[in-house]
Design a protein around this ligand. Structure first.
Ligand SMILES: Cc1cc2nc3c(=O)[nH]c(=O)nc-3n(C[C@H](O)[C@H](O)[C@H](O)COP(=O)(O)OP(=O)(O)OC[C@H]3O[C@@H](n4cnc5c(N)ncnc54)[C@H](O)[C@@H]3O)c2cc1C
Length: 570
């Protein structure tokens, strides 16, 4: 029987070595819930045991229920008739199993029926589910909506909605995008009007809304008439009624099980979430950062599935009298795929650990305002780290998923191009991960400030201070050399004081920072296992060449593209 948690020792490796003490302590508020809730952990070991049990259940449902239905879900897809969306039967069955296993309130507090599990563990669950069926993750992973209500909603809104989210009775959607507002969400125009009694009503169109047929949507709308920018936007809770028309669903390249809806709001009654004008700058940013981490985990799950398919095929396929896995071209591809997947996993867990600490600190300050002054600096640091790591991991994992799926088809040769093998679906499913929740280009825009502003260096310092690299000194020396050339590239761009030049090299600088962070993380992992030392060796060698090329390009001041692009493409 397949269990997608148990058959992947790398997840357990991280669970064991990730040093989640602070994360668990914050999430459990010093284990204060043990007297109130029978299922609340008594201490750190108990909490880890609990997480493992939860992941074991997720792994079993993924392997036994979700994966066997994924191909049929892809073929049938979600459908649309008479103004209503119908999920594929396999999607409904899989979701039903997840609900029955009480997995729909993963991170919500116990008082609202949730499991009170940290984001790091939620990320692991998302990876496991996405490996089985990436489209299902889009419905399972919409738990961010309940999380956002939990963070910013009133107590009444929380009581009214969160227990129903936890039980799986209701599902959510995140309605931000409009035909003319995609990457640039400041231009959202859907209108929110308030009547004399203070009630809000929504009017306008949203496009590309995953699960737009949901019972509850968080809708970003322009609440301040006559404004144009992000500060005129608020976020609303809309419970579905007859004032919403689903116009159509998209016919897409992949993730067929996940319905992508165009919605028309016709004077739809809604409740304000939190404060007016904070819709984009605070609540949506928080919602999207959660969703970006979830997409990174989704991408990792797809990459893991594609790697396994490729490896399985390469073992069996014989050409020129031997398994193709013995040809250098093939084993190199497999080795790089696997090393990069493990690198992405380290990055994802580090990133979600940072986010978990940030959120834990925020909750602590809310529950114990008297501690706020003491925690201010730490919270500021983790806020900035989260703002850097979230786009970095989203960009890295989603581009990697595409690359791995591409190579997986290559390793299959001709059959990889047919619909009989799973890799073609994985290739199609991977393609959305570097587009939604902000394209890779937008992740670069989000990350470059942190790279240029010193947050990457701050984390590298923190990592050096918290870890003993002496048992992997040779490898760590290489990682530090990477840091050195990153510093040189950043300094060079700063010295130029040229915004266009910085924008031109932004993707290269973010890539160099990502490689440097990954080098440190893999050295840290290498300290725990000999196999990880080899993974680090392979990754550092690859990344050294990549970084050297970017470093040389940046320092050369060659900017032919900047100077000639108009002559070439106009
Ligand atoms: C299947 C699917 C599901 C989705 N689900 C949801 C959902 O649930 N909720 C929701 O609100 N939205 C959802 N979306 C919308 C999605 O988030 C957007 O499509 C995405 O953010 C990109 O916006 P856009 O399509 O308008 O592209 P555009 O913003 O028009 O971008 C087009 C191109 O220009 C580039 N570009 C734009 N601005 C810049 C810049 N400043 N610098 C460099 N390059 C730039 C982009 O990278 C891209 O290559 C979904 C989309 C799809 C396809």
């Amino acid at each position: 029987m397949e269990n997608f948690y148990r058959d992947n020792p790398d997840i357990e490796f991280h669970l064991k070595h990730l040093a989640l003490d602070r994360v668990v302590e914050l999430k459990e508020d010093g284990f204060s819930g043990k007297d109130q809730y029978a299922e609340a952990p008594r201490d750190h070991a108990d909490a880890l045991d609990n997480y493992q049990r939860i992941l074991d259940i997720v792994g079993e449902i993924a392997g036994r229920i979700i994966r066997p239905r994924a191909a049929e879900v892809d073929r049938t897809g979600a459908t649309f008739a008479d103004g209503e969306v119908c999920l594929a039967p396999g999607t409904v069955e899989s979701l039903d199993r997840l609900k029955k296993a009480d997995l729909m309130g993963f991170t919500l507090p116990r008082e609202y029926g949730g499991l009170n599990v940290p984001k790091t563990i939620y990320g692991m669950a998302i990876e496991i589910i996405s490996r089985a069926d990436a489209s299902l993750m889009n419905l399972f992973g919409l738990q961010e909506i309940a999380d956002t209500i939990c963070k910013f909603g009133s107590e009444e809104q929380k009581q009214q909605l969160l227990p129903r989210f936890s039980s799986g009775e209701i599902s959510g959607a995140m309605a931000l995008t409009e035909p003319d507002a995609g990457s640039d969400l400041q231009t959202v125009m859907l209108k929110a009007r308030q009547d004399d009694a203070g009630n809000w009503f929504l009017n306008g169109v949203k496009r590309f809304i995953t699960n737009g047929c949901a019972d509850v949507s968080l809708v970003m709308a322009r609440s301040e008439e006559g404004t144009a920018g992000g500060r005129g936007l608020s976020l609303f809770i809309y419970e579905r009624d007859e004032h919403l028309k689903i116009r159509r669903i998209e016919h897409k390249l992949g993730i067929h099980g996940s319905p992508t809806c165009e919605l028309q709001f016709n004077d739809a009654p809604a409740q304000l979430l939190g404060r007016r004008k904070f819709g984009l700058i605070k609540y949506t940013m928080s919602l999207m950062n959660g969703a970006r981490s979830a997409v990174a985990a989704q991408a990792l799950g797809i990459a893991e599935a594609a790697y396994r398919e490729a490896d399985r095929y390469a073992r069996d396929r014989v050409q020129f009298g031997q398994s193709i896995r013995r040809f250098s071209a093939i084993f190199e591809m497999l080795t790089l795929m696997k090393s990069s997947i493990e690198a992405a996993r380290s990055l994802l867990y580090e990133s979600s650990k940072i986010v978990s600490i940030k959120e834990g600190l925020e909750e602590l300050c809310e529950k114990h305002p008297e501690k706020t002054a003491d925690l201010k600096d730490e919270l500021k640091r983790y806020n900035r780290l989260a703002a850097l790591f979230t786009p970095i991991v989203k960009a890295f994992a989603s581009e990697l998923a595409n690359e791995v799926a591409y190579q997986a088809i290559q390793i299959h040769g001709g059959v990889g191009y047919t619909c009989e093998f799973e890799v073609e679906r994985l290739y199609r499913d991977a393609r959305i991960t570097n587009i939604y929740e902000g394209t890779t280009q937008l992740q670069v825009v989000a990350a470059i400030g942190g790279v240029m502003g010193g947050m990457a260096m701050d984390w590298l310092d923190l990592c050096e201070a918290e870890n003993d690299f002496s048992s992997v000194a040779d490898l760590f020396q290489q990682a530090r050399e990477g840091r050195q050339i990153l510093v040189e590239a950043i300094d060079h761009v700063k010295t130029r004081r040229d915004k266009a030049f910085q924008e031109f090299h932004a993707a290269r600088l973010v890539s160099m920072a990502t490689d440097t962070i990954l080098g440190y993380l893999l050295c840290r992992d290498a300290g725990f296992a000999d196999r990880k030392r080899k993974v680090a060796q392979v990754f550092l060698l690859e990344s050294r060449h990549r970084m050297a090329a970017y470093h040389a390009y940046i320092l050369s001041d060659e900017d032919a593209v900047l100077r000639h692009h108009q002559d070439i493409i106009d």
